[in-house]
Design a protein around this ligand. Structure first.
Ligand code: 3AM
Length: 191
């Protein structure tokens, strides 16, 4: 039986309400496009840095410390969300996302975090870091040409926002959808 101590967690950047509202607006525009697209609740929109999966309570404590240590060494920076796309491809879209403009500060934060997690016993992430904001997940293998074209032609542009903290998030998978609970919100280095 799984221990109640185990939590499914990931590390992310939470978004300001203005960005979540813009995501919500785009979801509403595309809302009726295809019944197989499950939209992420606007309050759940986030930018994933690292998914850690199920870890023990003791490890959660250790990751909280790691996240805090990393955050205290990285200065706040801006993120510019722009454009949309699909994973793994537009031909077989499983996730529909908003893109993140080229951002060395974000890549640096990911690398520092990755090194810190490796030092505390986590295996390196094998997939390349490709920051994105998942707006919706698509529950079929193929979508129609009409849906593909609509996704391909969707534009998104937001004003840059300041990243001021990093969050360790718990994710509980319920029938009604994922429930996210912040376990630690670590402020970036005060300048
Ligand atoms: O919201 P995005 O897509 O950036 O895709 C999942 C989500 O990221 C990802 O972790 C975030 C919170 O759920 N995720 C879920 N399961 C995963 C897995 N097994 C995963 N990433 C990698 N491996």
């Amino acid at each position: 039986m799984p221990s109640p101590e185990v939590s499914r967690v990931f590390i992310c950047i939470e978004l300001p309400s203005s960005i979540r509202a813009q995501g919500d607006e785009l979801q509403r525009t595309l809302g009726t496009l295809d019944r197989h697209i499950r939209w992420v609740k606007p309050s759940n929109l986030h930018l994933t840095l690292r998914f850690l999966g199920e870890i023990s309570g003791a490890r959660v404590e250790s990751v909280c410390s790691s996240v805090q240590r990393v955050a205290s060494r990285v200065e706040p920076f801006l993120v510019h969300l722009s454009g949309t796309g699909c994973f793994p491809s537009l031909r077989r879209p499983r996730a529909f996302w908003i893109g993140v403009g080229e951002n060395q500060n974000l890549t640096h934060l990911f690398k520092v975090l990755e090194d810190e997690l490796f030092s505390s016993g986590f295996a390196h992430e094998t997939r390349p870091f490709s920051p994105h904001l998942t707006l919706g997940r698509i529950r079929v293998d193929r979508v129609s040409a009409r849906v593909r074209e609509a996704l391909a032609s969707t534009k998104f542009e937001a004003a840059p926002f300041a990243v001021t903290h990093v969050t360790l998030m718990q994710s509980e998978l319920r029938n009604s959808g994922s429930v996210y609970t912040p376990l630690a919100q670590a402020p970036l280095k005060l300048t």
